[in-house]
Ligand binder design. Structure first.
Ligand code: ZN
Length: 387
């Protein structure tokens, strides 16, 4: 199958810009034959995906009302890093669960200090013709300091090809002999590229966190690994390089944040998983000619994830033998005990049983996920409708 690796070779020029800009979220192509690009907004805390700022704001207030600080830039909620090529029309700081915070706003030629309460507009503290890097430091009365960076217009240097080559080499080392990565070795390897800027460091550190998390998981330190998987996701989410998208898809699939799977190439088996987990039954996906199993990602991915993606392809290919053999291999996999994976597996078995006309089997599986935030409504509808 034309998979992710081929896609990278064929579409190198499509990755001209390496950071997600805020603008495509609001701009729609006007031509009748153009489909609007899917708008995906990610919760800055848990990375779940939303299609409108309103839904995301509501989710933030309901799910993360405890204590959180975030920025709203030109109508978009920003976790800690953003890039706008249209200047800053709106900049607001939102404090959830904090009474007040001291704020420092630094641009290349100005600095402002103030105290903020609840939600406050910071627009007047930003130079009218802002260009370059804007930094905002927020120090709540209690709690940790949060730092935000917004790039206006120009972006700093980012040697994507050179950095990617270093990262792929380090990941390959890990694949050959899995062990906890060493940050000094990573820095030394990246030194070949030259002195790294903040953005380049963030990219490298994001991938370091990614491999570190897998290493910890390999050492059966799951709780520690979870924090590093989340850290990797947060650091890599603003990047739109092929390598970053691949890591985001692995992480999204692991953490059941399926919205991000829309960033995979259309014809790759990762896109099959995107359709499967984002769309209700019966979702459709056409298996491309010459589809072959294997690791479809261009980043390191764990064995459970690679198998899962291939089993989903077998589901769409209606290859019953490969499907049920794949499902049973996944069930016996040590990772299957993990709650997120068990839920995905239950959905897969429920739908496979349903297609095979095994109502009892489908009911049994749907029953396991009837209260799941993403799969629950499908399960509930089946349980109420079937007999
Ligand atoms: Zn959230």
């Amino acid at each position: 199958m034309a998979d992710w690796k081929d896609f990278c070779e064929d579409n190198k020029e499509r990755f001209g810009q390496y950071l997600d800009a805020l603008e495509p979220r609001t701009r729609r192509p006007s031509g009748a034959d153009l489909q609007p690009a899917p708008v995906i907004l990610f919760c800055p805390v848990c990375h779940s995906a939303y299609t409108s700022d309103q839904d995301l704001s509501q989710h933030l207030f309901i799910a993360h009302a405890g204590q959180h600080v975030y920025l709203r830039v030109n109508g978009a909620i920003v976790r800690d890093l953003a890039w706008t090529n249209e200047g800053i029309r709106e900049l607001s700081l939102v404090l959830l669960g904090h009474d007040s915070a001291s704020v420092r706003i630094t641009a290349s030629s100005s600095e402002a200090n103030l105290t903020a309460k609840n939600e406050v507009s910071l627009t007047k503290h930003v130079p009218a013709t802002m260009e370059g890097e804007l930094r905002i430091m927020v120090k709540p009365e209690a709690g940790t300091v949060r730092e935000f960076t917004i790039y206006c217009g120009s972006l700093p240097e980012f040697r994507c090809d050179d950095l990617d080559a270093v990262i792929v080499g380090l990941q390959d080392d890990y694949t050959r002999s899995p062990r906890l990565p060493n940050i000094s070795e990573w820095r030394k390897a990246a030194g070949k590229v030259g002195h790294l800027g903040d953005l380049e460091n963030r990219y490298l550190n994001g991938f370091y966190e990614y491999i570190l998390a897998f290493g910890l998981e390999e050492d059966r330190k799951s709780a520690e690994a979870k924090g590093h998987f989340e850290e990797a996701f947060g650091r890599l989410l603003p990047f739109r390089t092929a390598l970053a998208h691949s890591a985001q898809c692995v992480l999204g699939l692991r953490m059941n944040c399926f919205g991000v799977l829309q960033r995979s190439p259309d014809s790759s088996s990762v896109a099959a998983a995107g359709h499967f987990f984002n769309e209700p039954y019966p979702s459709q996906w056409s298996v491309p000619e010459g589809s072959k199993a294997g690791n479809p990602f261009v980043t390191y991915a764990d064995n459970f994830m690679v198998r899962l993606v291939n089993v989903v392809v077998a589901y769409y290919a209606a290859d019953e033998t490969a499907l049920w053999q794949g499902i049973s291999a996944l069930e016996f996999h040590s990772a299957a005990l993990e709650k997120n994976h068990a839920d995905k597996l239950a959905l897969l078995k429920a739908r496979a049983s349903r297609n095979a006309g095994d109502t009892a089997g489908a009911r049994k599986m749907y029953d396991l996920i009837r209260y799941h935030p993403s799969f629950g409504s499908e399960a509930e509808a089946y349980l109420n409708g079937s007999n």
